[in-house]
Design a protein around this ligand. Structure first.
Ligand code: HBI
Ligand code: FE
Length: 293
């Protein structure tokens, strides 16, 4: 299969949707854009990201300038937890995605956002995927959780629970918060790679922050185009792995039998609340409406 990737580069796409990274093809301007994004996020994440993430950045030597070469990066990562990073042109189908994760391969988008979309874009580019996701794959417990998620996805094949699984990924891997001794910290990659949400998720009064509950969260809708209305809080990665390191069969049975869907701002009496948000940001119409407050 021969396709035109973003930015018009052609690439040969393999059966598993991977492509050669072709690192040499990135321009100086694109490497410079990575460096600016990197410096900006690093400054913001001091005291906001969880220690496991900040240590991961350090262990992987992500600070070496420019878009990382995936082969070198994977060689360092593989020594730590056995994970590798593979290049993909875009979002890949769910079953392909699950297969990569189940085999400790993280698919990373092989393009970088344009200057115009520096602060926000919905598609996963190399900055989101590598800066946001890969550092935590150096943590042994989180690394196991990601593999367990991939295997849970494979077992979901043919069952009506894919939406539930996608919510689990979204509310943990992409937008999760962690309550640590030093205070609330970020571990979700969607936040870690975002200039505005890395501040909003911790410091704004709008969103609810609710303690992680696997089944509850799997029934809760999420927003893909704006800040989350609810963030789910874990104590540590052990909690996450413990909750998901199980035979997903009975859980899938329960989810199929009960198709309740909660709106993103729902609060139930049985929820373990960190704080109830005002929802002011969403009520004001969202997408950076907070300037008004
Ligand atoms: N593909 N490249 C890529 N990155 C993702 O994060 C991704 C994907 N395909 C499917 C997917 N995520 C999610 O819908 C799954 O968690 C269900
Ligand atoms: Fe992501």
């Amino acid at each position: 299969m021969f396709i035109k990737t973003r930015l018009g580069r052609e690439a040969d796409v393999r059966e598993d949707y991977t492509i050669d990274q072709n690192w040499e093809a990135f321009t100086d301007e694109e490497h410079d854009r990575w460096d600016r994004l990197y410096a900006r996020q690093n400054r913001l994440l001091e005291g906001r990201a969880c220690d496991e993430f900040l240590e991961g950045i350090h262990k992987l030597e992500l600070s070496k300038s420019g878009i990382p070469n995936f082969t070198d990066l994977s060689d360092r990562l593989e020594k730590l937890t056995g994970w590798r990073v593979v290049a993909v042109p875009d979002l890949v189908p769910d079953d392909v995605f699950f297969d990569h994760l189940a085999n400790r391969r993280f698919p990373a988008g092989n393009f970088i956002r344009s200057e115009k979309n520096l602060d926000y874009l919905q598609e996963p580019d190399v900055f989101h995927d590598v800066y946001g996701h890969v550092p935590l794959l150096t943590d042994p417990v989180f690394a196991d959780y990601m593999e367990a998620y991939g295997k849970g996805g494979q077992r979901a094949k043919g069952r009506g629970v894919l939406k539930n699984l996608a919510r689990l990924y979204w509310y943990t891997v992409e937008f999760g918060l962690m309550k640590t001794d030093k205070g609330m910290r970020i571990y979700g990659a969607g936040i870690l790679s975002s200039k505005s949400e890395s501040v909003f998720c911790l410091e704004d009064d709008s969103p609810h922050r609710i303690h992680f509950d696997l089944e509850r969260l799997m029934k809760t809708d999420y927003r893909i185009d704006d800040f989350q209305q609810t963030y789910w809080v874990i104590d540590d990665f052990d909690e996450l792995l413990r909750a998901t390191y199980q035979d997903f069969g009975p859980l899938y049975d329960a989810l199929e039998a009960d198709n309740t869907v909660y709106a993103p701002d729902t609060i139930l009496t049985e929820d373990s609340l960190q704080n109830e948000g005002t929802q002011a940001y969403a009520l004001a119409g969202g997408r950076l409406a907070q300037q008004a407050s």
